[in-house]
Ligand binder design. Sequence first.
Ligand SMILES: [Zn+2]
Length: 254
Amino acid sequence: MTEQRDQQPSLEPMPTDWRRALAVVAHPDDLEYGCAAAVADWTDGGREVVYLLATRGEAGIDSVAPDACASLREAEQRASAAVVGVSAVEFLDHRDGVVEYGLGLRRDIAAAIRRHRPELVITLNHRDTWGGDQGGGYWNTPDHKAVGRATLDAAADAGNRWIFPELISEQGLEPWDGVRWVAVAGTSTPTHAADAGPGLERSVLSLLEHKAYIAALTDQDPEEYVRTFLTGNAERVAPRFGGRPAVAFEVFPR
Ligand SMILES: [Zn+2]
C-alpha cells in the first residue's frame, strides 16, 4: 500500500488567477466535509465564493421529518458558510435523495453559472465510488453523482446561447463562457490541491455548525469527530503535496 501511494504523482497547486467561484453540491454539509478549508483561504484572499445546493438535505436525518428538516438544515448550512466567508447560499429545491441527472438539473445549474459568472466551478465526486480507483471503495450516492455530472456539463451549457435558450428569453440570462476550470472534490483521482493549513481550523468550526445533523450521525464528541475527520483527510493528501496538509481536487480545464 505504502509503495503504491509513494508512486502516485504529485498534485499541482490549484489555479489562483480567478476572482469568483461557484460551488455546486447536492446537500448541506457536502462542502464542509469536502473542501471548506480551501474556501476559507480563498475568501480570506478576497475571492468571492457562492454556494449552490441542489437540495435542502431534508432526507438527511432519520428522526426528523423532511418538512421540519429542510429549514433546520438550511439554517445550519447558512451558518457554516458564514464561518468560511461565504454569504451567498442558494437552493435549487430538487428533492433530497432522488435528485435526477437530466436537462432540468443542467438548466438550473447553467442558470446559476450565468447569474454568478464564476471562473472556477467546484463540485463533489461525480464518480461511482469513493476511493475505488484500485477496485472496491464505497459506493457514492445517486445525488452526488447526478449533481457532479450535471455541474461538469452545465459549465459548457452556460456558455452556449442555443442550449436552454429560454434562460435568455425568460430570465434574461446571457451566456457566460468564462468558466475556466471545474474542480471536483472527493474523487480518488485528484490532479490538484489547495493548502488546507490556513483554513483548517475554520473548516472544523464550519462543519460543526451542522449541529443537528452531526448529533444524529454519531455519539462521539462533535468537535473530536469533526477534527479527526477533516485533519485526517488533509493529512492523507500531504505526501503528494510537499508534505503540506491539503484539499485535493480533480481539475477539468475548459
Ligand atoms: Zn451529500
